[in-house]
Design a protein around this ligand. Structure first.
Ligand SMILES: NC(=O)c1ccc[n+]([C@@H]2O[C@H](COP(=O)([O-])OP(=O)(O)OC[C@H]3O[C@@H](n4cnc5c(N)ncnc54)[C@H](O)[C@@H]3O)[C@@H](O)[C@H]2O)c1
Length: 359
């Protein structure tokens, strides 16, 4: 059932066939002991054109667990050189602060890279990484799997289902509290701003269209003992006047309740309300389909959004196709750089009590 998503929901931009077994992509996962790594191991293990050949983990105890869980995959604490004669993809799952260093080392060793989000919140560092990849003829992509949830809604809006789009509201209230891996991080941008906001930007910014943005943001620290920001707000305005408002928060732990995560799209002829799955639950996604509310007429239930697992598989498929198609598309680089610049502008704006910053 999982692989069927590759047949039933092909990415809109994919026009070439995926790689075949003969030019199979060899995948190594760096930081394989992280919480997000199993999703990549599962997706690249399932994809017919890829194989997970190495797991890189610097923590000996986590490496031991990986050996027990994946007896057929080499587990090591050293990044190997990329394979010769076949594409090699390093999936970087180390903590945010190590992304720049680890991505640089992977590119230097000849690996194409899929880096976990956020690549960085430093636009100059992001530009250097993309320049390094381009000079080496390698692909650098960022793992925003949740982009694939909203592809159908993008198409609906482009087809005029709600008329001219005016604004997008996006919200993520994380009910599991402040994540353990983000405790003790005292640098601003390491809390909700580095965690939840990049996801919602990856989903919301494409609605604003290409071109310069203006960004205004605030954040607050509300939890005793939590060292980074817990609540944040961001408004980005696109060149056509479309406005994206993002609100995110870590709630005190209420593990009995699902996260509150949704996107609303408001246009001249109606709106679309979409609750977004935040866990691997196909039943939940099926029970909470997005709804189109026309200004006149009856509401329409739309097709269920893709689950997290389906999004990870499509993300794997997209990068396989991109590697098979040739040089990395400049549009993908520009999209990632716009996201990093928006994060940086939001951070600067929040530090100065919300001035508007052009990016
Ligand atoms: N896409 C998503 O939905 C999603 C979800 C959660 C986390 N993330 C991202 O994934 C990344 C990891 O987050 P996490 O909370 O799972 O982190 P984590 O701290 O739990 O795990 C990171 C792992 O990397 C290992 N590591 C650190 N430096 C290393 C190195 N140089 N070489 C090899 N291994 C190294 C650590 O030992 C650890 O096992 C972050 O960038 C985070 O933002 C993405």
């Amino acid at each position: 059932m999982r692989t069927s998503v590759l047949h039933t929901a092909q990415p809109a931009a994919a026009t070439t066939a995926p790689s075949t077994a003969t030019d199979r992509v060899s995948v190594c996962v760096v930081g394989a002991g992280s919480g997000v790594a199993p999703r990549h191991i599962e997706a690249f293990g399932e994809h017919p054109a890829t194989a997970v050949d190495a797991l890189i983990e610097s923590d000996p105890a986590r490496a031991e667990l990986l050996r027990a869980r994946h007896p057929g995959i080499a587990v090591t604490d050293r990044l190997p050189a990329a394979p010769r004669g076949a594409p090699g993809l390093a999936v970087v799952c180390v903590p945010d602060a190590a992304h720049t260093d680890v991505v640089t080392r992977c590119l230097d060793a000849g690996w194409h890279v899929l880096c976990e989000k956020p690549l960085t919140d430093d636009p100059e560092a992001a530009e250097r990484l993309f320049a390094l990849a381009e000079d080496a003829g390698l692909h650098l992509a960022v793992a925003y799997q949740r982009r694939f949830m909203l592809e159908d809604l993008h198409q609906r809006v482009a087809d005029g289902a709600i008329g001219r789009l005016h604004c997008v509201n996006a919200r993520w209230l994380r009910r599991a509290g402040h994540p353990e891996s983000r405790r003790g991080l005292d640098r601003r941008g390491s809390g909700v701003r580095g965690d939840l906001i990049p996801h919602l930007l990856s989903q919301g910014l494409p609605f604003l269209g290409p071109g310069p943005l203006s960004v205004q943001a605030r954040d607050w620290r509300v939890g005793d003992g939590w060292a980074t920001e817990d609540v944040a707000r961001l408004i980005a305005r696109g060149p056509e006047g479309i406005e994206l408002q993002v609100d995110v928060a870590y709630d005190a732990p209420h593990l009995d309740r699902p996260d509150d995560c949704w996107v609303e799209l408001h246009g001249g002829l109606g709106s679309i309300h979409a609750e977004l799955p935040t866990h691997q639950d196909a039943e939940w996604a099926a029970a909470h389909p997005p709804v189109l509310y026309p200004r006149t007429g009856t509401p329409e239930r739309l097709a269920p959004l893709r689950t997290t697992a389906e999004c990870h598989l499509l993300q794997a498929d997209r990068i396989v196709r991109s590697l098979a198609a040739g040089p990395a598309p400049a549009a993908d680089r520009d999209r990632e750089l716009a996201l990093v610049r928006t994060m940086a502008a939001a951070q600067a704006s929040a530090l100065h009590q919300g001035p508007i910053i052009q990016v």
